[in-house]
Design a protein. Structure first.
Lengths: 111, 111
């Protein structure tokens, strides 16, 4: 089954404790991306990657890091999380033609 | 500068009637437009798309219209069904790359 998986689905952490949210896709898509969804602000892109070892900033990259060492994986790293990073996070992948497949979401709470 | 806007946060429609969701954009370089649907506790799923070289695309009950001169697109759902109740996101992109999303419109279809 074609899918994008994210782990964990739910995470509660404290300020400053480094965390990683994993994302994996099994569709051999070149393009992968991370979004955050906040009430009234829709989906805002954090980082994206056009292919292995190629990453670029989206609209709200501050406080986040990513890496793309393999085509299927695109982890999101928060080196020192802060409460304003409490949000719902979605990973997505797509063909270069443009239809994105989204993961189920990770709800992160930073205390 | 929000490049993609959905000015109606919510829309309520009676079952069987037409639902019209609107989206405006400012960047004339966008060449591909998509609509995604999102249920609670799930990631967005692709619904329908349209290339900038077309003005209409139809898929069953869903039709997307694009007015390039007005930088406006709309999604028509006919007839609306209770299962269509969800958040609908409009997205725009250029050169098969980065997607920019609107804030979403919550559609409620009443039985």
């Amino acid at each position: 089954e074609a899918q994008v998986t994210q782990n964990p689905r739910y995470l509660i952490t404290v300020t400053g404790k480094k965390l990683t949210v994993t994302c994996s896709q099994n569709m051999n898509h070149e393009y992968m991306s991370w979004y955050r969804q906040d009430p009234g602000l829709g989906l805002r892109q954090i980082y994206y990657s056009m292919n292995v070892e190629v990453t670029d900033k989206g609209d709200v990259p501050e406080g986040y890091k990513v890496s793309r060492k393999e085509k299927r994986n695109f982890p999101l790293i928060l080196e020192s999380p802060s409460p304003n990073q409490t949000s719902l996070y979605f990973c997505a992948s797509k063909t270069l033609q443009g239809t994105q497949y989204f993961g189920p979401g990770t709800r992160l709470t930073v205390l | 500068d929000q490049q993609v806007k959905q000015n109606s946060p919510s829309l309520s429609v009676q079952e069987g009637r037409i639902s019209i969701l609107n989206c405006d954009y400012t960047n004339s370089m966008f060449d591909y437009f998509l609509w995604y649907k999102k249920y609670p506790a799930e990631g967005p799923t692709f619904l329908i798309s349209i290339s900038s070289i077309k003005d209409k695309n139809e898929d069953g009950r869903f039709t997307v219209f694009l007015n390039k001169s007005a930088k406006h697109l709309s999604l028509h759902i006919v007839p609306s069904q209770p299962g269509d109740s969800a958040v609908y996101f409009c997205a725009a992109q250029r050169d098969a790359g980065k997607s920019t999303f609107g804030d979403g419109t919550t559609l409620t279809v009443k039985p």
